[in-house]
Every structure is written in C-alpha cells, then in structure tokens.
Write a protein that binds this ligand. Structure first.
Ligand SMILES: C[S@@+](CC[C@H](N)C(=O)[O-])C[C@H]1O[C@@H](n2cnc3c(N)ncnc32)[C@H](O)[C@@H]1O
Length: 222
C-alpha cells in the first residue's frame, strides 16, 4: 500500500476509534466541527425533563452535555469504545457526572450492552453506526434496552457520498437494517449540512410488537 493511502486510512480510522496524540487532535476537531450536526440531532430528540437516554459513540461528549441540560430530572448514559473519548467527554461533563446525572463508560456497540432490558426512553448514535461490525445485530441489542414505545435516533453524514442519490442510498441501507432489527421506521429526515447532507432515521420499538426479528443471530461477548 502506498504511504499516502496508508496515511489516509490511518486518519479515517481515528474517527472510528480515536487514540493516541492524533486521536486527541481528532477529538478536539470533532468538538468544534460537528456542532451543527449535534445541535440538529439534539433538537430532533426533543428531550423531555424526565428522559432517560443512552448515547452510543459520544466522541467528545457535546450531545451528552446538551441532553443533560434539558433532562433536568432524567439521566444520560453513554458508551464509546475509545478510552480517550471517554476521558475527553467525562472532562466536558464532569459537573453532571459528579451530580450523578450522567454516566459515561467505555463499551462497544459490537457487544451485548451492559444495561437491563427496557431501560431507556431514547437512544442516540451520531456518526457512529457505520463503524459498527454488524449494525443490524447492534440495533437489535439497542431495541432490547429501549422501553416499549422508546425511540432510536440514528444521525449521520455519509461523507463518502458524492451525490444526493448516494445520500438516499445510505439512508435506505440503514432503514433496512433498522427494520431487520425489529424496529418500525417512523421518519427519515434530511438536513443540508457541510460538507454533506445530514440524515436522521427515527425508529420505534413498538409496544404492540413483541416478536424479535427473523435474524436468529445475537451479539456475544466473544
Ligand atoms: C466520528 S466519531 C463521532 C463522535 C460524536 N458522536 C460526534 O458526532 O461528534 C465516532 C465515535 O463513535 C465511536 N465508535 C465507533 N464504533 C463504535 C462501537 N462499535 N461502539 C462504541 N463506540 C464506537 C468512536 O470511538 C467515536 O468516538
């Protein structure tokens, strides 16, 4: 592999798992550059005072901070596979953590989630699910920890998309994964953002639908 290609791949991999000094810089850059997307995502969540919310892949922790301000009597939990991001986001949210309003820990969407079934009103993942090994299985696990009638918000900017057609294809692919995981897709939203359109898929864990999906696989700790 050419050095240029290797360097590009290494930098991209830092966004999927920030680590080391470059990961620190990536984390700082995300905290500045991703504000518009994060603000949009939190607006869509329409956080209620008593909401109990899980964020997967919180990065520098900006969305956690905004959600915890709005959920005045609620609770915000978060997991991220990057130890560096856990440290950075914990520093940003240190006051809310000290008050017991926020709990951030290292964890992976590729493994069973360390939460009881029916725990959360809402789950959020911003620009994270496309790094997961098997999004359908992870969405299935997210569905387990959501309360009946709970909502999953998957927000992302498909930076690889060169046309709006490709943005739509990306939205359709995620919608299919959500429905294969047993969710009802309630809405697909698009927002002009730089450098590429933002997408939000909102999916419902319907209280009236108790069946699991047809996919018999489950995530394991192996
Ligand atoms: C591109 S960053 C986005 C961070 C933040 N959500 C934002 O929008 O600014 C992706 C984040 O997802 C995390 N991540 C990627 N794959 C993950 C997985 N399988 N489980 C948990 N976190 C993951 C990364 O460590 C990183 O912090």
């Amino acid at each position: 592999m050419e050095i240029k290609q290797y360097t590009a791949r290494y930098i991209i991999s830092q966004f999927g798992n920030p680590r080391g000094f470059l990961g620190y810089l990536v984390g700082q850059a995300m905290a500045v550059k991703n504000r518009a997307r994060i603000q949009w995502a939190v607006e869509l969540l329409d956080v209620q005072k008593s909401d109990c919310i899980l964020e997967i892949g919180f990065g520098p922790g900006l969305a956690v901070r905004e959600m915890s301000k709005a959920a005045t009597s609620g609770f915000i939990a978060g997991i991220d596979r990057s130890e560096l991001m856990v440290r950075q986001a914990s520093h940003l949210n240190r006051k809310a953590i000290a008050r017991g309003k926020v709990e951030l820990k290292q964890g992976s969407a590729d493994k069973p989630l360390d939460y009881l079934a029916d725990s959360f009103d809402k789950v959020l993942a911003i620009n994270s699910h496309f790094f997961w090994e098997n999004p359908t299985l992870s969405f299935q696990e997210v569905r387990r920890v959501l309360k009946p009638d709970g909502l999953l918000f998957v927000v992302w900017q498909p930076r690889w998309a060169k046309t709006e057609e490709q943005v739509k294809n990306s939205a359709n692919k995620t919608s299919e994964q959500l429905s294969n995981a047993g969710f009802e897709l309630t809405e697909l939203k698009f927002k002009p953002l730089k450098p590429v359109t933002g997408i939000c898929a909102i999916a419902l864990k319907s209280a009236s639908k108790h069946t699991r999906n047809s996919n018999s696989e489950v995530l394991t700790n192996e």
